[in-house]
Design a protein around this ligand. Structure first.
Ligand code: 9MR
Length: 382
């Protein structure tokens, strides 16, 4: 990086973050020369996504894989420089933290939290109650278990209290309940639904998480809420019912897994109607996939597809920027080589869903995010 740009980046970073960062060389008041030297403050470019987003108070996030943090230099640098919020893509899921019943393995999740602290990033905790990635001792398919209903209730309560307490003060937003409704707007028949005999587990989960860390923002998180329809309507009705019962729910996460094969969703209206309930909203797992070659899974079949993807990225970010209640925008990872998309969508093959290519070079999709943020100085501050 050229020296001039570095100098500029340090100054504007300190300014845009409202003093969160200390300028190199300046000691905090009261510090004594003999005190242990604090590690140097992080710096990042003035044209990074995080610096641009900070001007309107928006957190721009990414999902990360702790196995790459620290081992892949380029990956680590981008994660630190470009984003102001971090979600562990898998490391906080139940199967990862308690594969053996009663034995917690927090190391990888702790590593993500430590990385976030070092780089002045906030953490989105993902996720406490889901039907996927459950430990084998609990359920192999999310719908059946050898445990009794009472045992299921007890283990969920323990899980939420233990995990939220472990990260107390370190997690900004928790995805408390993830994907509780199917695409027909019906509650999924999971082990949770069956044990409670209905969706009552959702209210209990939020209440327990709130008791365990009263300061964390508690989110319901799901996909396809971007589109107006039975699923979005069902989640809207559920949220209203939670509010009527005074359940501590603070936000709704719109995952934002989009594909150019479907029309662009009615995102703005849906963000607005949830925000009108007095909730925060967030884009939590954005990627924009397109049809790709089976033999080169991140190469679009149609050479014009990247322009459509750029449009989807740009409009999605702008929908968030326009709304004060939209407090974070998180792409689900940043490098095409590490995306879940090519492994999941194989018929037809889809991929190329993220903002950096397989070699971790920024794509046009990165540039449109940068442009949307750079032009957002008139957006409401959050
Ligand atoms: O990206 C995650 C991938 O590495 C896992 O294998 C997968 C397992 O189901 O979960 C992916 O993340 C999901 C997220 O936790 C919830 N919303 C959908 C995401 C993509 O499947």
């Amino acid at each position: 990086m050229r020296p001039l740009r570095l100098a500029l980046s340090v100054v504007s970073a300190a300014v845009v973050l409202g003093g969160q960062l200390t300028l190199a060389g300046s000691a905090p008041a009261g510090a004594t020369p003999s005190a242990a030297k604090p590690s140097p403050p992080p710096t990042y470019p003035a044209d990074s996504l995080r610096a641009l987003a900070a001007r309107v108070g928006l957190r721009i996030g990414t999902a990360v894989n702790p196995d790459l943090l620290g081992t892949n230099e380029k990956y680590t640098q981008i994660a630190a420089e470009q984003f102001s919020s971090i979600t562990p893509e898998n490391a906080m899921k139940w199967a990862e933290v308690e594969a053996v019943r009663g034995t917690y393995t927090w190391e990888k999740a702790d590593q993500v939290v430590a990385f976030a602290k070092k780089n002045k990033q906030l953490v989105r905790g993902h996720t406490l109650v889901w039907h996927n990635q459950l430990p084998a001792w609990l359920s192999s398919d999310g719908t059946t278990t050898t445990l009794s209903n009472d045992e299921v209730k007890a283990v969920l309560k323990k899980h939420i209290f233990d995990q939220v307490r472990h990260f107390k003060g370190d997690v900004w937003q928790w995805d408390v309940v993830n994907e509780a409704f199917d695409d027909n707007g019906q509650p999924r028949q999971t082990i949770w639904y069956k044990a409670w005999g209905g969706t009552g587990y959702i209210a209990d989960a939020f209440r327990w998480a709130h008791q365990a860390d009263p300061k964390a923002l508690l989110f319901y998180n799901d996909y396809n809420l971007e589109f107006t329809g039975v699923k979005s309507d069902a989640v809207y009705a559920m949220v209203r019912s939670l509010q009527a019962q005074r359940v501590p729910i603070h936000g709704v996460g719109f995952q934002g897994h989009l594909s150019t094969q479907y029309g662009y969703p009615d995102l703005t209206n849906n963000l607005e109607r949830f925000a009108a309930l007095g909730l925060k909203v967030a884009l939590t797992e954005v990627d924009v996939r397109t049809q790709t070659r089976p033999d080169a899974v991140n190469e679009p079949v149609n050479p014009l597809a990247p322009y459509a993807q750029e449009s989807y990225w740009s409009r999605t970010l702008q929908a968030c920027l326009a709304l004060r209640a939209c407090i974070s925008f998180t792409p689900w990872g940043f490098g095409d080589a590490y995306s879940w998309v090519p492994g999941w969508f194989t018929d037809p093959q889809e991929g190329a869903a993220l903002i950096y290519d397989e070699q971790l070079n920024p794509k046009g999709q990165y540039e449109v995010l940068q442009q949307a943020l750079a032009l957002a100085s008139g957006a409401p501050r959050r």
